[in-house]
Design a protein around this ligand. Structure first.
Ligand code: FE
Ligand code: FE
Length: 284
């Protein structure tokens, strides 16, 4: 059996989110930005080492077959949210937000800016896919910036040097620019590294407008939505929809520092919102 720390270098799943937020801090100079490695502590670096080494095309296909058929469970959004909240690692309860608080904070920031209800809802559910961690998946298969597998790695992905340890880097068919895909085939045909984005997208896609589906599915695809990589695999619909992914990212990244949400006060609003879009139980 693997040692816990070997499989879970991050003290808490949020260490990855916090690293990303630091990487894109709004007041950062271009030079500071390029030096992102200075913001990564040893556990974050080890996390990326594992993520880049183990996310192969085979792995992604296996996990999609395992989870994306949604035949594991039938649960309400609230049951999954409560379940996700049991994910307490080594976080500090006084300063760190619970998972539900992060979701509420993101959603509240969207609500304050007067966006439509489905957009607020997308904020509220966007990280529920992190329950993969409670299903026993290692951190590197739950969080991390996502990237396409089965084609060449962009140098816009953080820590690109760690891909040298990925067995796919020795498969020449997977290392051309388009790899196993056709130019501009559309992202729906492209397999991204597996994690909480794809899982929450699959679970909720029937209930959200397309803009919301894109927000959930690609919110961790930083090489594309922040750095413009992989446009050769995107089609016109992807290009249009990525406007929304970028809009969403502002709230995911920058709502964190705000005050703790007044959960009890705002809960009735979210109960209404969730039941407007979702049936009482959905497939997971
Ligand atoms: Fe996320
Ligand atoms: Fe998030």
């Amino acid at each position: 059996m693997q040692d816990r720390s070997e499989n879970a270098p991050l003290q808490q799943l949020d260490d990855w989110d916090n690293f990303v937020a630091t990487r894109y801090r709004q007041d950062k100079s271009e030079e500071e930005f390029r030096n992102y490695k200075a913001d990564a502590n040893p556990t974050v670096t080890e996390f990326y080492r594992q993520n880049h080494a183990y996310q192969t095309l085979d792995f992604v296909l296996t996990k999609k077959a395992e989870y994306c058929g949604l035949n594991r469970d039938k649960k309400s959004i609230w049951e999954i949210a409560e379940y996700l909240n049991t994910l307490v690692d080594d976080s500090d309860p006084d300063t760190d937000l619970t998972q539900i608080e992060h979701l509420l904070q993101t959603a509240e920031a969207i609500r304050k800016d007067g966006h439509p209800r489905w957009f607020i809802l997308a904020g509220f559910v966007h990280d529920l896919g992190k329950v993969l961690c409670l299903y026993g998946e290692p951190q590197w298969a739950v969080v991390g910036d996502t990237f396409p597998v089965g084609c060449g790695y962009s140098d816009q992905i953080v820590f690109p040097e760690f891909f040298a340890a990925n067995p796919d880097s020795l498969v020449s068919d997977y290392q051309t620019e388009n790899g196993i895909y056709e130019k501009n085939c559309g992202l729906d045909k492209v397999h991204l590294s597996f994690g909480h984005d794809e899982y929450i997208y699959q679970a909720t896609r029937r209930y959200l407008p397309e803009e919301g589906q894109y927000m959930l599915r690609y919110h961790s695809f930083y090489p594309a939505h922040r750095h413009g990589a992989y446009r050769h695999l995107m089609n016109e619909q992807d290009e249009r929809m990525f406007e929304w992914v970028r809009k969403f990212n502002q709230y995911d990244l920058y709502s964190k520092g705000r005050e703790r949400p007044k959960t009890q006060e705002i809960l009735p609003y979210y109960e209404d919102l969730v039941s407007e879009f979702f049936p009482s139980k959905i497939a997971w």
